[in-house]
Design a protein around this ligand. Sequence first.
Ligand SMILES: [Zn+2]
Length: 203
Amino acid sequence: MAKQLLLTIGLLDTIIFNEARWEDLLKNPSKVASAKIEKRVGLLKEDEQDETARFSPKEKSGKEDDRYMINPHFENLLSKKGHWFLFKKEDQSPYQLGEIIIAIAAHEVRHRIQYRLQVELFSPETVTGNQLLDSIIKSAEKDMSRGWRIINAEDKEKEFDALVIEKITGEIVGAVNSDLGSIAEIIKSTTIDEIKEKIELLQ
Ligand SMILES: [Zn+2]
């Protein structure tokens, strides 16, 4: 399962930062597992064992490249902590494991976008006028205030934004017109208006 998360993060990152086309990667999946992606993957340190996955920007890790660290015990963590299984989608249906994996991957790749680009971040005060999006923002606010997520986050604003992207992904991943390419489009958007437009195209 950790492997599947690794592959999904790799796919999304490659689509966004290497401008690869999703369709081409599908035809030739060996292109995804490039040295670049493998190099960024490492085991979490002892004190980080609680995290399923984490993006670590160059600024904090000295000379190394940006890295994504995946906890090899990802699946155990999910069932132990059960966070994701407590969450319900907007229609109250539970998340499927595949949806959880893509949503977590989207969250981590969004962090890389936040560090690399000038991004307008979602906040609990954001109102977009799109019903689904506004309701996701409200539910992200609830998750944060219940302390289910990100209690010790160094940067709460970036975490809130990544949580909203994670939840958007969980909602749209099964939508008729969505694939990893359209999810990548949302993750890399730098304004909230852009994200709203892209979601409306899928609805
Ligand atoms: Zn995060």
